[in-house]
Write a protein that binds this ligand. Sequence first.
Ligand code: AMP
Length: 179
Amino acid sequence: MTRAICTYCASGPVEESYLELASQVGAGLADRGWGLVWGGGNTSMMGAVARATRRGGGSTVGVIPKALMSRERADRDADELLVTDTMRERKRLMDERSDAFLTLPGGLGTLEELMEVWTSGYLGMHDRPVVLLDPLGHYDGLLSWLQELPPGFVSQQALQHLVITRDVESALQACAEPL
Ligand code: AMP
C-alpha cells in the first residue's frame, strides 16, 4: 500500500548522527514505496530526509510558507513544492496529504508540529498514527517531565497515544499500523 508519511524534524543542526538518522528514514520510506510529506526545506535533517527519499526513488511533497523559502532554503528538487501564505496553511496541507505523522529530533518548530498532531490525535480528531523516532534520547527529558506531572495534567491515554520508538524499522512499522 502506498502511504505518505508526514515527517517533522530539525531545520538547524548539522551534526552527523542527526543527519544520518534523517537519511535512514528517507531511505526506509523509499524502500517501502512510500512518499514523504515534509516542510519543503533543504537544510539540516529536513534536507537529509528529502534527499534520501528521492535517492531511493521515493516521491517528496514539500509544503513551505512563502516567507520561509529563503531561510529554510526551499527544496527545488521536490516532486511537488507547495508554497503557502501562512504557517497555518502549511500545516493544513501537510495534514491533508499524510497517512501518518513521524517526528524525529527537532527544535521548537518540530515540537509545535508534534504537539498539534499528538493532541488532536488523542482527542479523537484524527485516527492516524503519531510516531516518535528517538534513538538518540533527544526527547527523554520532555517525556520524563510529561510522565511525572501530578495527576490530571496529562492522562495515560494521552501518553499512550504517542508511539515511541528507538529504531527506524519500528518507527516505520508503526506508521503503517492502524491505531
Ligand atoms: P525546528 O524544529 O525549529 O528546526 O523547525 C523545524 C520546522 O518546523 C521548520 O520547517 C519550521 O519552519 C517549522 N515550524 C516552525 N514553527 C512552526 C509552527 N508554529 N508551526 C509549524 N511548523 C513550524
